[in-house]
Design a protein around this ligand. Sequence first.
Ligand SMILES: Cc1cc2nc3c(=O)[nH]c(=O)nc-3n(C[C@H](O)[C@H](O)[C@H](O)COP(=O)(O)OP(=O)(O)OC[C@H]3O[C@@H](n4cnc5c(N)ncnc54)[C@H](O)[C@@H]3O)c2cc1C
Length: 331
Amino acid sequence: MQDTTVTEATPADATADAAAQPAPDRTPDVWDCLIVGGGPAGLTAAIYLARFHRRALVVDKGEGRMQMIPVSHNHAGYPDGVAGVALLDRMREQARQYGATLRTGEVVGLHRDGDGFRAETHDGAVRARTVLLATGVVNHRPPLDEAQHADAVARGLLRYCPICDAFEQTGKRIGVLGGDTHGLAEALFLRSYSRDITLLGLASVALTPDEQAQADAAGIRVVTTPVSSFDFGDEVRLTLDDGSTVVLDTLYAGLGSTTRNDLGRALGTDLCENQCFLTDDQQRTNVPGIYAAGDAVEGLDQISYAMGTAARAAVAIHNDLRDRDGQTLAE
Ligand SMILES: Cc1cc2nc3c(=O)[nH]c(=O)nc-3n(C[C@H](O)[C@H](O)[C@H](O)COP(=O)(O)OP(=O)(O)OC[C@H]3O[C@@H](n4cnc5c(N)ncnc54)[C@H](O)[C@@H]3O)c2cc1C
C-alpha cells in the first residue's frame, strides 16, 4: 500500500501538538477513524476529523465517480467550472495539511475487534475505533471498452448525471440509454432541457401502455429496437439491431448503479433496497461505530451532498468518541 501522505503522520504523532487531546484506552496503532474511500465524502470527513485533532486514515483505491467528472458547473464556488480531479487534488492537499494520512489501497475485509474494528488490506491489517464507509457507487456502463468509455465521458458524449450537467445540453439532441421505467423517468427529467429526447435500450424498450402514453405526451421518441453498437466521434452514432442508426449530441446512461456496500453488509448494516446504507440523521449506521456518507447512503448523488453527509458524519464520530472517552457533559 502506497502511503501518499506528505507529512509522515502516524496515529501517534498526528496529534502530538494537541496537548489538550487526551488519549484514553488507545494504543498508537489504533486510528480514531478509518475512512474507506477518498472521494469528496471521504476527504471532507478527513479534513474535519484532522481538524478535530483526530487520527484519521483514508484508504482509497482510486476508482471514484468524482475523478470521472470532466468539468462540473454546478458545484458552488466555481463559476467557471472545476474538473473532478482538480477538486480531489485540492481536498487531498487540505486533508494532509491538517495531518490526515492518505493511502492508496483497498480495504478488502472489515471485522469487529474489541470495541473497534480491524480492516484487512492487501498490505496488512489496520485497526480503528470507528469506520466511515465513503465507498460510493458504481454506475452500470454501456458495453464499451475502458479506453472508449473514458474518452466518451471526457468529451461529454457519454454522461451519467442529468442533475449535474443537463444544463449544458439545453436544446441539444439527447439520448437516454435505459429501456425501462427508470430510463423513462430520466428521459422525462431531461425533457425540460430539450424537445429532442430519445429513449433507447440495450434490449428492446418495454414500457407499459401508461408509460408509453406519458412518453408520447411529452414528445419523447421511444426506439424499441435494441442498440447494438456505439460510435463516439464528433457526435454519438448508435447502430440498432436492424442496421439503422440514431445520431445524437449526447447520450445519458440510465442503466442504474450498484452501491459498494460489501464491507458494511458483512457487519450487518441495514441497507435501503439492498443497496445504499441506511443511517440516522448523524450518518450512524445500525452497527455501532460504523458510519456512512456520500453516494453510498440514501439521498442525492452529488458532490455537495457527499460533502454535507461527510461533515455530519465527522462531527458525529468526534462527539461519539468524546462520549465514549467521558469527555462530554454528563446528562
Ligand atoms: C461523469 C460524472 C459526472 C458528474 N458530475 C457531477 C457534477 O457536475 N456535480 C456533482 O455534484 N456531482 C457530479 N457527479 C456525481 C459525483 O461524482 C458523486 O456524487 C461524488 O463523487 C460522490 O462522492 P463519494 O465520495 O461518495 O464517492 P466517489 O467519488 O465515487 O468516491 C468513492 C471512493 O471510494 C473508493 N472505494 C470504494 N470501496 C473501497 C474500498 N473497499 N477500499 C478502498 N477504497 C474504496 C473508490 O475507489 C472511490 O475512490 C458526477 C458523476 C459522474 C460519474
